[in-house]
Design a protein around this ligand. Structure first.
Ligand code: PEP
Ligand code: MN
Length: 367
């Protein structure tokens, strides 16, 4: 299934002078000086494509700093005038949209908490009807691809064709090294359903700390995402929001220098040919792996029939331990990762049990 979006190419509304595309700026606009000074330092690197800043902040708990509000639009406009960078802000209701449009904001984004609420997204979509402005939509906080797609559809159906998704990670009950789990598979699924939709990664909100941002940024580019949005503050240690994850403009500049922008397809014919040859070898091996698994399954079926006809249980734990241990040793000797091998065997074993269960439940053949 493919999704039917009407989307303009990213180059139409966010041309990139310096690869990769980087949207940067503070989590929140705090003061005019903080915002404008940060913008100048970012612009001076020559590596930034657009300036971001939150002025209406969705906070989990009341009583925290909820954004500087409409005055921030004037500061953003000054930063834009002085640096030439296009500006982007988060909007969460119709009033935000109207104010941002009146102030000449170049790009709007919808935050993770808003995407999770179809009423909010529809209110924003209605406010955007008949307006030609780019909109970026962050994934919802929870790992629900349909909600993300639904938000993109609502905004697209309002006539917004300059559309992108932002992957900012998903909240999870499990404790992990990340503030929000990247769950790359959801972005990959979205890309598969709608290949023309640009996806930008937000490593800042995925990581929640500075240390992991380079790793996530590189991974995003290697997964063919179209760029990154990274929070940058002139002095992160005193930032009013998300202090732990913001980078100074200088640190961000270093990070960008250390990113490798790889091409999905090589330009050189020799490189292409070599890759094609290696891929042919892999295809052959994959065919063999599948063929061998099919052979294994037909033996499993025979075992299932044998166990059924002799009233034996499906699972013999000793046998399973033996499979795992022996094969894990063999795999280790071949320098395969033990965890990977165990996972693979568990998957094959689960399928074998499923097959045997099907066979057990067929009436015993009495000859
Ligand atoms: C933000 O970009 O500062 C923000 C609030 O992000 P999210 O909506 O992803 O939490
Ligand atoms: Mn933030």
């Amino acid at each position: 299934m493919k999704l039917n979006f009407n989307i303009e190419p990213l180059e139409n509304w966010l041309p990139v002078k310096h690869q990769p595309l980087v949207i940067a700026g503070p989590c929140s606009a705090e003061t005019e000086d903080q915002l404008v000074a940060t913008a100048h330092l970012l612009a001076k690197t020559g590596k930034i494509t657009a300036l971001r800043a939150g002025i209406w902040k969705p906070r989990t708990r009341p009583g925290e700093f909820e954004g500087i509000g409409s005055i921030g639009l004037e500061w953003l406009n000054r930063a834009k005038r002085e640096t030439g960078l296009p500006i982007t802000v988060e909007v969460a209701n119709a009033k935000h949209v109207e104010e941002a449009l009146a102030a000449g904001v170049d790009i709007l984004w919808i935050g993770a908490r808003s995407t999770a609420n179809p009423f909010t997204v529809q209110e924003i979509a209605d406010a955007l009807r008949g307006v030609d402005i780019p909109v970026m939509i962050k994934n919802p906080v929870n790992p629900d691809l349909s909600l993300w797609i639904g938000a993109l559809e609502r905004i697209n159906q309002a006539g917004i064709t300059k559309l992108a998704a932002i992957s900012r990670g998903f909240s999870s009950y499990e404790k992990s090294a990340f503030r929000n789990e990247p769950m790359w598979e959801l972005s990959i699924q979205l890309k598969t359903l709608c290949p023309e939709l640009p996806i930008i990664c937000d490593p800042s909100h995925i990581c929640g700390n500075r240390e992991l941002i380079p790793y996530i940024s590189q991974k995003a580019l290697d997964l063919e995402m179209n760029g990154v949005m990274i929070e940058s503050h002139i002095d992160p240690s005193v930032a009013w929001t998300d202090a732990k994850q913001q980078l100074t403009p200088a640190a961000l500049s270093d990070l960008i220098d250390n990113l490798t922008v790889r091409q999905p397809e090589p330009k050189d014919q020799g490189v292409s040919d070599k890759l094609a040859e290696l891929r042919k070898q892999i295809d052959k091996i994959d065919d063999l792996v599948i063929q061998k698994i099919a052979e294994r399954m037909s033996i499993v079926e025979k075992i299932g029939e044998h166990k059924r006809d002799n009233d034996m249980t499906i699972l013999q734990l000793n046998r399973w331990d033996e499979i795992i241990n022996k094969r894990a040793d063999f795999a280790k000797a071949l320098k395969l990762d033990a965890e990977f091998t165990t996972k693979l065997l568990e998957l094959i074993h689960a399928e074998s049990i499923k097959k045997q269960t099907e066979i057990m439940n067929v009436t015993k053949v009495v000859e």
